[in-house]
Design a binder for this molecule. Structure first.
Ligand SMILES: Cc1ncc(COP(=O)(O)O)c(C=O)c1O
Length: 388
């Protein structure tokens, strides 16, 4: 039996020991100096000016879309049909209108032509997801969006360490979101972060994280001006924006700081695992020609070339027998246009028109790729997939 879980040992004994040591010596447990230290270390690792640590990647999505609406107004936001639910629910919740596009088979990210075709005078942003560690962004798309004055937001929740255009993914757009949930490249148990070089957006994110409170804004001049503008309010309780409570804790930040030291080494191992997997797969049966340059693999992608439901069924039952954990349709559950929360809201939506997303939905899945995955297991997995 192959026995490959989706993730193994992502919170190490050493993380736990460091956390216990921290707990013994502290009397501050929520959002405080360790959170700031982690934000600084993360910003340096990524190569951005500012990071705001929150309690999940979904929270990062919700705050980002709300902040865009607050600073730039509501409008159309172009979203992919292969992504995660919060990349679309955050758009709807902020009062924007999602405009759906199909994805490319080369990198599973939104198709460049479809994005450019769907830009209108009302487009506020493109919310691009780097899927399963593959770079989803070309220099051409980045430059076009800049030229047309459309904000680019990168969701990098599945792609920590992926490179795009010679830089880390998450540094190219106006803002980016990461998740530190258990199965991801690094973990704070639960957690996420919003990153940006834009000072106004950063201050907005600090306020959104904490009930929209002015006191979270660390621009002293702005704070003073607002306190003077609202003399009837207690300066400690001035709510500037309709914010949330999406704070994380010192405990999560301590784990994050410890994990960050291991991240680059783990990214390398996962890359090597993915290369060995693609090398072993029969390319007549499976897509193996992804654009892997700069990838930071999240999971081994099994995507049939042909629409062959019988083969897909055979693979599913054999992997279950072998105790190989898998998820159908990539991390987000496949073609999001098929999901009830969208079909109810947008009855005109025709999921089958997103041809590539639909192919991934019915004939795609991923299995776990974690740093300690043995080469022998990867070979065994390929053997099974090639002969079924
Ligand atoms: C692309 C993407 N965005 C956002 C999220 C949400 O992250 P979290 O699970 O930390 O809320 C996920 C989920 O893992 C994801 O895959």
């Amino acid at each position: 039996m192959l026995n490959i879980p989706l993730m193994s040992n992502n919170i190490s004994r050493e993380d736990v020991e460091v956390l216990i040591g921290f707990l013994r010596g502290t009397d501050r447990f929520t959002n405080g100096p360790k959170v700031r230290e982690f934000e600084k270390a993360w910003s340096e690792w990524l190569g951005v000016k500012y990071s705001v640590f929150v309690n999940s990647g979904a929270s990062a999505n919700f705050m980002t879309m709300a902040g865009i609406a607050e600073l730039y107004g509501k409008g159309e936001v172009i979203v992919p049909t292969i992504s995660w639910v919060s990349d679309i629910s955050s758009v709807i919740a902020a009062g924007h209108t999602p405009v759906f596009v199909d994805v490319s088979m080369k990198n599973l990210a939104m198709s460049e032509e479809a994005v450019l075709k769907n830009i209108t005078g009302n487009t506020k942003a493109v919310f691009l997801t780097h899927v399963l560690g593959l770079n989803g962004l070309s220099g051409h798309l980045t430059a076009e969006l800049k030229k047309r004055g459309v904000l680019l937001i990168e969701d990098v929740c599945e792609s920590h360490g992926t490179m795009t255009q010679g830089k880390k993914a998450g540094t190219v757009g106006f803002a980016s979101n990461f998740s530190f949930y258990y199965a991801h490249h690094m973990s704070t148990i639960e957690g996420g972060v919003v990153c940006t070089d834009d000072e106004d957006f950063y201050q907005m994110m600090r306020m959104y994280r904490s009930h929209g409170m002015l006191r979270e804004n660390d621009d002293g001049g702005y704070k003073k001006r607002m306190q003077e503008a609202y003399p009837d309010l207690n300066p400690e309780f001035i709510f500037m924006v309709p914010g949330y409570n999406m704070r994380s804790t010192e405990l999560n930040a301590v784990i994050g700081l410890n994990q960050l030291g291991r991240l680059d080494g783990q990214v390398k191992k996962r890359q090597e695992n993915f290369a060995a997997f693609l090398d072993g797969l029969d390319s007549r049966r499976y897509y193996t020609d992804f654009d892997t340059e700069g990838n930071s693999n999240y999971a081994l992608i099994v995507l049939l070339r042909d629409k062959d439901p019988e083969l897909f069924k055979r693979i599913s039952s054999r992997l279950s027998e072998e105790k190989v954990e898998f998820r159908r349709g990539t991390a987000g559950g496949g073609n999001l246009a098929r999901q009830p929360f969208l079909r109810k809201r947008y009855p005109q939506i025709k999921p089958e028109e997103y041809v590539n997303a639909d192919h991934i939905h019915f004939y795609g899945m991923y299995t776990g790729n974690y740093p300690g995955l043995e080469r022998e297991k990867i070979r065994g997995l390929c053997r099974i997939l090639n002969t079924l």
